[in-house]
Structure formats: C-alpha cells, structure tokens
Design a protein around this ligand. Structure first.
Ligand SMILES: Nc1nc2c(ncn2[C@@H]2O[C@H](COP(=O)(O)OP(=O)(O)OP(=O)(O)O)[C@@H](O)[C@H]2O)c(=O)[nH]1
Ligand SMILES: [Mg+2]
Length: 322
C-alpha cells in the first residue's frame, strides 16, 4: 500500500519545509509514504526548499495556473506514481500532518472512499470574522441544497482512495474544495469526516486577495456547482418562486375584477403573465440541465476508464512530470 501526500503550493518557501518534515514517513497499514509538491509557478524558492526538505517529487507549473488546476494535476501525478491513497494538504502549515494516520484509517479499513479533515471553522483563530461566517453560510447553503451532511466544505486536508482519485471531477477554476466534495457526493462515494484541529496561520492568504473579491468568487463558485450538480432542484426552486408570485398577481387581479371590474389593475395581469412564462422557462432550463448532467456522467465514466487503462498500460517513473 503506497500513500502519496500531495501539496499544491504557491510562494510557500517560508512554510513548506516544516510541512514536509512533519509528514510521518511510517504509518500503520502503509508500506511507503511519498511526498509530491506541485509548485504552481512560484516566484520564490518553494521548489528548492521542498526538495531540500525531502519531497520525493517536485513538479513545477511554468506559470501560475490556480489551485484547482494544480490540484487536478497533483491527483493525476500521484496516481501515475502508483498511489493507493492520496492525501492532500496545504503548504501553509495550517494542518497538523501527524493526523494523516487518522485521516487515512477509514480508507485503509475500507469504510470510506474519501475522508475530510473537518475543522471547527467557528473556532478558528486568525480567520477574519467576515470570512469565517461567510464560509459557514456557504457551507450551509451548499450542503443543504445538494442534500449532503454538514461538514467543513472548505478544508484542504483530505484523503482519497485510488478509485476516488480516478473518478473525481474537478470543474471549477478558483478552488477545488467545493467541486470535489459535490462530485464525490454525486458519485455516491462514501465520505467520512475526521475531526481535526487546525493551526493559526500568520501569513496572508494566497487564495484570498481581499474579502469582497473572495465573496464574489466563492458565491459564483457555489452557485455554479449547485447548478452543475442539482440543476432541476435549482431551476425548479426558481420556477416555483416565479410561479407563486405570478399566481398571487392573478389572484390580486381577480379580486379587483370582482370588486370593481379590474380597471387600473391590468398591470397585475401583465406581470403575472411575464412571471408565469419565466417560471415555465426556468423549469425547462432545469430539465435541460438535468439531461446535460446525464451526459456529463457518461463523459466522466469514459474519462475514468481511459485514465484507468492509461495507468494499467504505462509504468511511469520518478522523472515523469506530465
Ligand atoms: N497551486 C496553487 N496553490 C495555491 C494557489 N493559491 C494558494 N495555493 C495553495 O493552496 C493552499 C491554500 O491556500 P491558502 O493561502 O492557505 O488559503 P486560505 O485562505 O488560508 O484558505 P484555507 O487554508 O483553506 O483556510 C496553500 O497550500 C497554498 O499554497 C495558487 O494559485 N496555486
Ligand atoms: Mg490556509
């Protein structure tokens, strides 16, 4: 059994050495632990520091491509290097790497396909107040909408079985955390939560340039993910709201029609017509989205078999980087 710990990193020369040194190299039920750093076009000495700290593989993107693309590449790299389990952690020393054993235990005993190191976000020191509560709101909206259990949706400390790493879809470009969780839920993978405690991080976030832009990007990301995975529920809800308001406008018109012939209230009728047409359109969008979802699933299955076959046919070595 081989475990590969992947670390996407962007300008992390200060912390990456400590993160790598803290990763346990012997674990119960695991024959070999390796570390793979994906340096996403850092302008500092991240790659050099990672190599000096003992990373087995350091793969560098020629330019900064963002966390989601880099994470996707890291998963594929880990699979090519023969990982049976992939653990992903952050390069900022936020997570306690000594908990990797607890994180992979449910995968080793076959009770999980994916585990999520859940922090108590409300208790996190140094996370800006607004960020903390918006994070929880985002988690609540997303998990409720897709009907999955409440957990820390934005944690970067997670473990994946080989099959999960092969099957998962990474769709968004901003961050992979929401999309992979929804994809895992969509694939009916068994997701287990492992409670962890995270450390405060003093340096500025690499992901969050400022709160308004982060809120904007995260909100768009959550809405797009919900539409991607639950189109009928999303557009069905829009259709219901539009139809209800439209129906109320018709009732209002009928009331005034009965009382005084409806003079001066024809606007209600026009508004009702527009809203009911929009609600019908919304329902159609939901049905269309759900059909597209079925073809997405077929594409995912095809991709899964292509990747599996590719891994069976080729034996990759340490120097491979694509
Ligand atoms: N590959 C890549 N990694 C990035 C990028 N931005 C951030 N990261 C990495 O992603 C991880 C999370 O980024 P952070 O800056 O810690 O983000 P954060 O705001 O602290 O968010 P959390 O750690 O999830 O609470 C770290 O390992 C970063 O080095 C990027 O553009 N590309
Ligand atoms: Mg962090």
């Amino acid at each position: 059994m081989k475990l590969i710990v992947t670390i996407p990193a962007f300008n992390e020369e200060e912390n990456i050495g400590d993160v790598i040194r803290e990763i346990p190299r012997t674990l119960a039920g695991v024959d070999r632990v390796e570390v793979l750093v994906m340096d996403d076009g850092s302008s500092d000495r991240t790659s050099e520091v990672a190599k000096a700290a003992g990373a087995d593989y350091v793969v560098r993107n020629p330019k900064n491509q963002g966390l989601a693309i880099t994470f996707k590449r890291a998963l594929w790299q880990a699979l090519k290097h023969g990982a049976d389990i992939v653990v992903n952690t952050d390069a900022d020393n936020h997570y306690d790497q000594s908990r990797i054993g607890d994180l992979i235990a449910p995968i080793c005993d076959g009770s999980a396909d994916m585990t999520v190191g859940s922090r108590k976000v409300a208790e996190l020191e140094q996370m800006p107040f607004l960020n903390k509560y918006l994070n929880q709101l985002g988690s609540y909206v997303m998990t409720t909408f897709v009907g999955m259990p409440r957990l820390d949706v934005s944690t970067g400390f997670r473990a994946y079985s080989r099959e999960a790493a092969l099957a998962l879809g990474v769709y968004s470009l901003h961050t992979y955390v929401h999309t992979t969780l929804l994809s895992a839920h969509d694939l009916h993978l068994n997701i287990v939560e492992v409670p962890i405690k995270a450390r405060p991080v003093a340096r500025k976030s690499r992901l969050i340039k400022n709160i308004p832009s982060h809120v904007w990007k995260a909100s768009i990301n959550i809405v797009r993910n919900i539409v991607l995975f639950r189109p009928l529920r999303f557009f069905g809800l829009c259709a219901t709201v539009l139809f209800t308001v439209g129906a109320a406008a018709i009732v209002r018109f009928l009331y005034f029609y009965a009382v005084d012939g409806g003079r001066g209230h024809v606007q209600s009728l026009i508004l009702a017509g527009v809203l009911i047409i929009l609600s019908f359109n919304s329902l159609m969008l939901g049905l269309l989205g759900s059909s597209i979802g079925w073809s997405r699933k077929i594409s995912e299955e095809v991709l899964y078999f292509i990747k599996k076959r590719d891994l069976e046919l080729h034996s990759y070595d340490k120097t491979d980087s694509d």
